[in-house]
Design a protein around this ligand. Sequence first.
Ligand code: UD1
Length: 340
Amino acid sequence: MAQILVTGGLGFIGSHTVVELIQAGHEPIIVDNLSNSTASVLDGIEKISGKRPTFERVDLKVKAEVRDFFSRYTTLEGIIHFAAFKAVGESVQKPLEYYENNLGSLVYILQEMRDLQIDKLIFSSSCTVYGEADELPITENSPVKAAISPYGNTKQIGEEVIKDAIEAHGFNSISLRYFNPIGAHPSAEIGESPLGVPLNLVPYVTQTAAGVREQLAVFGDDYETRDGTNERDYIHVVDVAKAHVVALDRLLKGQNQGNYEVFNLGTGKGSTVLEVIQSFEKVSNSKLNYKIVERRHGDVTAAYADTTKANQVLGWKSEKTLDDAMVDAWRWEKKIRKIN
Ligand code: UD1
């Protein structure tokens, strides 16, 4: 059992990872500033796992708060760092807030790791670092392309900051590059709760079906894909969460090959927007109200992972299907909207 700091542990991927950590016998300590989550997520975690993890409200972009937290928790063995802003469009409007929040917090955490000799870090990165990849599926060796948004830039720079810190201070770190995490815990005790109008596809789909939104806009059907809509690698959030536990155990057991490793977290299978809608309609036995509209600025045509490295080196493989994820996303949406 290891005591692990989980930043952003009340968020979508963070909360599912906390559950998996508890179930694997670890002791997660959650910090979160509640900027995009609520403390009630702790109830869901407790219902699933039977344990209520320690939670501290900390704003990681405030150095004094970070210092204070680490001065009180002296037995941490590793850190999983989720806490970050993640809205691509918003990051274009508020780049300085994105750099401050996403990179400030990372730097402060790395400084504490250096000072307190904590040497294990899992970092939430993103397939966005690959941009419009020249070859599909995308391997970890695909070049990192110039970021199209400040959000994407924070992930690229974050990886660079970690690499430089490793060079100087000898940490061990794994960056996990997520493709498109979706779904919810099958228990429907935790899931995705975007504030306001959802920007991501699946919560928009489920909210439309629940009657919270009028109609889903599909952003373009003139891309060079099999049906003209964008292709993405949608991966169940529980699979993503489990990968964090595997990556953490790899560091705890010293099985990592070199101080810095990168893994793609995807299923290896691309699905188009229309295929996602079809999957939803099938599992919910309903028709979704949608219409095709203009392309959304900044969307790449297609992105899906080559998962060979994660499968063979990390020893992790996604297990759930797109349909599984849609079933769970819908079960969660119905629960929070009190629909039978
Ligand atoms: C992108 C990034 C991802 C990043 C995420 C943060 C890429 C390839 N992916 O995800 O790394 O972490 O942003 O939010 O750069 N769509 C609609 N209608 C909607 C919403 C979405 O048609 O109302 C379509 C989009 O055009 C896209 C797909 O659904 O083709 C998925 O969109 P979304 O869920 O926003 O994720 P990405 O943009 O792929």
